[in-house]
Write a protein that binds this ligand. Structure first.
Ligand code: ADP
Length: 439
């Protein structure tokens, strides 16, 4: 902090001129004496200013020039500001070099972009992953990663998302890119090679698809024989008839399971889903409600459809039928006989919402986040008894992802559940523009 020395400074100055005036008066030349003193003062100030400029021009690294009073303070102040500044620069240089050393050791690629999106700096992993050259510095990243999925992700600037791409530098290799925006719009990209994960994922998909296909034929043969044998009905010994009926039920369960696995495999394989039909939601819900009444049969559920909007949905009609019917059949399966099940459709600026309300057994909140996992069941015994495969909600989730939609689940144990499919507003077709948007 700078000491306030104005008072002693002005006092000394005043004393000096008073002494000169008295001396000059005694010698008989008070005015010339004052003028000479003022000129000497000016020269002194100019001399000190010259020293200051010279010292600053030399970088102000050496000790400041020796001086007392005001000029001494000025030199000291400049010196301490310069010293603090140098210390700060040294500190930040250390931090930067530590960060660079650690990011250089990272196995994931790190790329720093400036505000215009041009490459500023990258670590060796990024260089190897994307085959970057020193010449790429200053290039726009979107010129190197031209994949439309990446460009959309980049322009959206959504930091919580990651995007998976085929590596433009090495075909058949895959990368995951996530992005952080900081400062005044600079970006940091984290790039990870996901080829191995992708290969394992592909192996898993192929295995499930092949196993399901291989099981399908023997199951069909088994089912056929069992059905034929069971046509003899009363002619069969009771013990054998019971065993065969049981076998038929279990074969049917396996068949359902294999069919669901095949559906999931097909859904898994389709990353880009291009079917965009006009789906009349009212018609769809009425049809599913009719099928659900048949499923409920003598259990007497009261199944009703409520349309709060005459808008339609843009999507894949057969996939949407499969997703919504899964939810409605679950409502039938997990609700007591004679209870109400409502299928609702409403649309607003926020999007389109198909909700299935039931007054069933409900779900404990701790299970809700895991319900769409494959084979996750709250009560495996009850699910199997109702012919469930544990794959229904996983299928629903995949189908909704194809439609950029999500599944919301709200439930109170013992009171019932609401499963809502939330579609983005772009998928909602107003009655007037239905035919325009239909592909
Ligand atoms: P499942 O074939 O077992 O019905 P799903 O994937 O369709 O498999 O559902 C997963 C689990 O979620 C079910 O086993 C059940 O425990 C629970 N569940 C689904 N829908 C409902 C519902 N409407 N009410 C209560 N529980 C439900």
């Amino acid at each position: 902090m700078i000491r306030d020395i104005r008072r002693p400074y002005y006092r000394n100055l005043l004393l000096f001129f008073a002494a000169v005036a008295v001396g000059g008066f005694l010698l008989g030349y008070p005015l010339p004496a004052l003028l000479v003193a003022a000129f000497a003062c000016l020269l002194w100030q100019l001399f000190q200013q010259g020293r200051l400029i010279q010292w600053l021009r030399n970088g102000a690294r050496s000790e400041p020039p020796d001086a007392g009073g005001l000029w001494g303070m000025v030199f000291d102040h400049f010196y301490s500001v310069q010293r603090d500044h140098r210390q700060q620069v040294r500190h930040y240089q250390n931090v930067i070099s530590r960060i660079q050393t650690s990011t250089q050791a990272l196995r994931d690629g790190v790329i720093q972009l400036d505000r215009q999106g041009a490459l500023e700096w990258w670590n060796p992993a990024a260089e190897a992953l994307l085959s970057l050259k020193p010449l790429d510095q200053g290039q726009l990243l979107t010129n190197l990663l031209r994949d439309p999925t990446f460009v959309r992700f980049y322009n959206k600037g959504e930091m919580s998302e990651t995007v998976q791409l085929e590596n433009p530098a090495f075909p058949d290799r895959y990368i995951d890119v996530s992005m952080t925006i900081y400062g005044k719009g600079e970006r940091l990209l984290l790039i990870r090679d996901t080829t191995r994960i992708k290969q394992l994922e592909q192996m898993r998909q192929d295995f499930v698809a092949n196993a399901s296909h291989e099981l399908k034929t023997p199951l069909t043969v088994l089912k056929g024989y069992l059905e034929s044998i069971l046509t003899f009905g009363g002619d069969l010994p009771p013990a054998l008839s019971k065993g065969l009926t049981n076998m038929e039920a279990q074969t049917q369960r396996m068949d359902n399971l294999v069919n669901d696995l095949l559906v999931l495999t097909r859904l898994d394989a389709e990353v880009q889903h291009s079917v965009r039909q006009r789906v009349d939601v009212g018609e769809l819900l009425e049809k599913i409600a009719a099928d659900a009444r048949e499923l409920s049969n003598d259990r007497g559920h009261r199944i009703s459809v409520h349309l709060e909007s005459d808008t339609a949905l843009q999507g894949d009609a057969s996939e949407l039928h499969s997703a919504i019917s899964n939810l409605v059949y679950n409502a039938v399966n997990y609700s007591p006989d004679g209870s109400d099940i409502e299928l609702k459709w409403k649309a607003s600026a926020a999007g389109g919402f198909i909700a299935i309300h039931d007054q069933g057994i409900g779900i404990d909140p701790r299970h809700i986040p895991r319900l769409t996992e494959r084979f996750y069941r709250v009560d495996p015994g009850r699910s199997s008894a109702r012919g469930g495969t544990g794959l229904g909600l996983a299928i629903v989730k995949h189908i909704l992802q194809h439609h950029q939609a999500r599944l919301d689940i709200a439930s109170v144990p013992g009171r019932g559940s609401v499963f809502t499919c939330c579609f983005p507003a772009e998928r909602v077709l107003a009655a007037a523009e239905r035919s325009d948007k239909t592909a």
